[in-house]
Ligand binder design. Structure first.
Ligand code: SF4
Length: 373
């Protein structure tokens, strides 16, 4: 039987309960394993004796390994290429943002360097968004909750992680059970990531949006909208045809009513497709009854497979001006980070320097839809 990740909280909890051992030992085990990457289970002090053979026979301290660490020239982005136990690869990206560089009330913001980790939830993705190289890989498999949490474990050994965004490879809501289990682990001891600093990004899987707040209170929701009308939206994201825009907006209304949280709207800027002034007005009218932050994402070309091109800088700024100036909607333009290591928005598809593509799927550079700070 294949050994499971010790960070698969559901499996670990089940085994401990079956053996009549308190699950309150789980945080102690995790803390020791995080602090001692190469440890054996029998080195963990102060556990009941019955726990050691159980851990050794069913679990591993880490089922994934960091194959490659790539540092960006911008000194803010680090990409981890993570090898899973089945031999597949996913990517996790650390972005460090110095909050003191921002301006708040005319003065530099308080704080310091804050790190955000972008995690993957699937190998590949079945959603096939036309701007996304992960989508071009097709779907390979879901990650277990332990494999998701292990990305945080690996990243935490590089720097302290403050924020988590589920914007790496895969549609997290298509792996909902593992997503919920992983987030609950990240919120708990010893990780203690505030749920308000965790953001789940989705193309709009309505049944999951409806239950997200009940399952994970205070966690943020980001929605890849990308167009103010259903026809254009479906051209950019073919799977959006499954749910009408009206159904999506109603699900967002209910989410916001229950959570009282602002919703992040992701909008990739595609030249001549969704970036006209008229579309900016339509987008604002669609969202005017919501509390949202719109994040305009300059498109990263992903090679010959891409049928899209990047909006002009002036076009992006004009779009932002309409949303902000005319409708007073908070709108940011995502800063590009880590393009040289394919860690920027829309660039997460696994590539191993000097090894070609382990998925054998494409010569396309990596991609996925990345972060806000
Ligand atoms: S943007 Fe996200 S949901 Fe769409 S294909 Fe890429 S990974 Fe999947």
């Amino acid at each position: 039987m294949a050994l499971k990740s010790i960070f698969d909280s559901g499996a670990l909890r089940t085994e401990l309960e079956k053996a009549g051992i308190k699950t309150s030992f789980i945080p102690i085990i995790w803390k020791y394993v995080i602090q001692n990457p190469n440890c054996e289970f029998d080195e963990i002090p102060s556990l009941p004796s019955a726990i050691y053979p159980l851990l050794q026979s069913k679990f591993k301290t880490c089922t994934s390994t960091v194959d490659t660490v790539l540092e960006s020239n911008d000194n803010v982005t680090t990409k981890l290429l993570v090898k899973l136990k089945n031999g597949a690869f996913v990517e996790a990206v650390i972005m460090r943002y110095d909050s003191r560089l921002g301006i708040c009330g005319g003065k530099p913001r308080p704080g310091g360097v804050r790190a955000t980790l972008c995690v993957s939830s699937q190998v590949g993705c079945k959603m096939a968004c036309t701007f996304c190289a992960t989508g071009s890989m097709g779907f390979k498999n879901n990650l277990s909750s332990g494999e998701i949490v292990e990305q945080l474990v690996h990243a935490s050994r590089i720097c302290e992680i403050r924020n988590i965004v589920f914007m790496g490879m895969g549609e997290p809501m298509n792996n909902y059970t593992s997503l919920v289990e992983a987030v609950r682990s990240m919120i708990g001891y010893p990780f203690l990531i505030s749920p308000r600093r965790i953001t789940i990004s989705t193309v709009g899987i309505i049944p999951c949006i409806k239950k997200l707040h009940d399952d994970l209170p205070s966690v943020n929701l980001a929605v890849s909208l990308h167009a103010p009308d259903q026809k254009t939206r479906c051209e950019i994201m073919p799977t959006a045809s499954k749910f009408s825009l009206e159904q999506l907006m109603e699900a967002l209304r209910v989410f916001q009513q229950k959570s009282q949280q602002k919703i992040f709207i992701e909008y990739i800027m595609l030249n001549g497709k969704n970036d006209s002034e008229e579309q900016a007005h339509d987008l604002a009218k669609l969202l005017e009854k919501f509390q949202v932050v719109i994040n305009l994402i300059p498109f990263n070309p992903i090679g010959s497979l891409s049928t899209h091109s990047t909006s002009t800088d002036q076009g992006v700024v004009k779009f932002q001006q309409i949303l902000r100036g005319t409708y007073n909607i908070r709108t940011t333009i995502r800063k590009q980070m880590g393009q040289d290591i394919m860690g920027a928005c829309g660039q997460l598809v696994v590539s191993i320097p000097g090894k070609g593509s382990p998925e054998g799927s494409s010569s396309v550079p990596d991609i996925e839809d990345l972060i806000r700070v």
